[in-house]
Design a protein around this ligand. Structure first.
Ligand code: NAD
Ligand code: UPG
Length: 319
């Protein structure tokens, strides 16, 4: 967004990020965003930010996002993800800001009956994290019903991976990664011993799970298009942000080995509870509505992830 000429104001409690990111952003763009450290549920802080800044649109990312953890700590997830959204919407309403882009997820499709997944497919969440995303979409629809002037973009991300090509910004999970890409990256660099491939008996090409991995820079550019759309007066919309291509776990492992020149040690184990066989996006609507298409392929994702990992072998603040 900075590169596209927007002025950016950030709010993050840094519970899953680092203040160091701001300097990295400045190194890449030549501009430092205005930044507030705080909780999105802090109503007084939100009021102060809306009163002191000129805000034309909101992009709401702040959330807890680990599916497994959400089963163990459901109240934390409803509190941050749903409570945070409500606090932000109330402050936005009071400040008369009605353009809103929301980070939704392919998880709202549950276990889709067929692939590729279209935006009009039925929604169905299978865990508390997914339910927070579904509830959030419902709350936002109600905001639109209550006041048709609201322009809301519901962006359903598939599997964001990779890093900025500079190697300065990337994924730095705290603790042992849950997700495939950061796990593979840490095995390749030698921080972790071996990848467990969860399930090799799915009805897919090679028996392992298939997902639609999307490069984070393509995803970021999708957000710029979404902001452009609502600022130009476009109506509310829901779109998938994916590449439209599905890759299996073993295909990802092989691509990462090629990009890194390292062996990614792995073993086939049983399925992970709650996982589905195959999920990838129909991306026609995003292309029609937003004139957006992902440009980067799996090798770009692996190469950029590997550059980030080699430049930051222990992540941003150490793993
Ligand atoms: N990564 C994925 O696979 C994926 C897929 C679909 C949707 N999403 C959604 O995209 C959004 C961003 O995800 P991400 O992968 O960049 O995760 P992330 O954890 O890197 O980003 C979320 C940010 O929110 C901050 N945060 C958490 N709780 C907060 C609070 N109470 N107040 C203020 N800030 C808070 C964290 O510090 C973090 O910087 C989330 O809403 C997530 O649910 C992610
Ligand atoms: O150590 C691992 C981690 C993952 N996988 C497999 O890799 C694939 C991708 O898994 P993961 O990276 O954990 O992503 P998903 O389970 O698809 O879920 C992600 O993508 C969803 C959107 O599609 C988001 O809603 C979730 O928050 C996000 O975690 C799946 O087949 C997993 O079984 C492994 O085999 N071993």
């Amino acid at each position: 967004m900075l590169d596209a000429g927007y002025e950016v104001i950030g709010l993050d409690d840094l519970s899953n990020s680092s203040i160091l990111v701001l300097d990295r952003i400045a190194a890449i763009t030549g501009k430092k965003p205005i930044f507030f450290q705080g909780d999105v549920r802090n109503t007084a802080l939100l009021e102060q930010i809306f009163a002191s800044q000129e805000i034309s649109a909101i992009v709401h990312f702040a959330a807890l996002k680990a599916v497994g953890e959400s089963v163990v700590k459901p109240l934390d997830y409803y509190n941050v993800n749903v409570g945070g959204l409500i606090a932000l919407l109330a402050a936005a309403r009071d400040a008369n800001v009605k353009r809103f882009i929301f980070s939704s997820s392919a998880t709202v499709y549950g276990n889709p009956a067929t692939v590729p997944v279209r935006e009009d497919f039925p929604v169905n969440a299978t865990n508390p994290y997914g339910r927070t995303k579904l509830m959030s979409e419902e709350i936002l629809h109600d905001m639109e019903l209550a006041n048709p002037e609201w322009q809301i973009g519901y962006l359903r991300y598939f599997n964001p991976v990779g890093a900025h090509a500079s190697g300065l910004l990337g994924e730095s999970p705290k603790g042992i990664p849950n997700n495939l890409f950061p796990y593979v990256a840490n095995v390749a660099i030698g921080n972790l011993g071996s990848l467990k491939v969860y399930g090799s008996d799915y009805a897919t090409r090679d028996g392992t799970g298939v997902r639609d991995y999307i490069h984070v820079v393509d995803l970021a550019q999708g957000h710029v298009k979404a902001i452009d759309h609502v600022l130009n007066g476009g109506p509310s919309f829901t779109v998938n942000l994916g590449t439209g291509m599905g890759y299996s776990v073993l295909e990802v492992v092989r691509a990462y080995e090629e990009a890194s020149g390292r062996v990614v040690k792995h073993e086939l184990v049983g399925r992970r509870p709650g996982d589905i066989a195959e999920c990838y996006a129909d991306v026609t609507l995003a292309s029609q509505l937003l004139d957006w298409r992902a440009k980067r392929g799996l090798m770009d994702m692996c190469r950029d992830s590997w550059r980030w990992q080699t430049m930051n072998p222990n992540g941003l603040e150490g793993i």
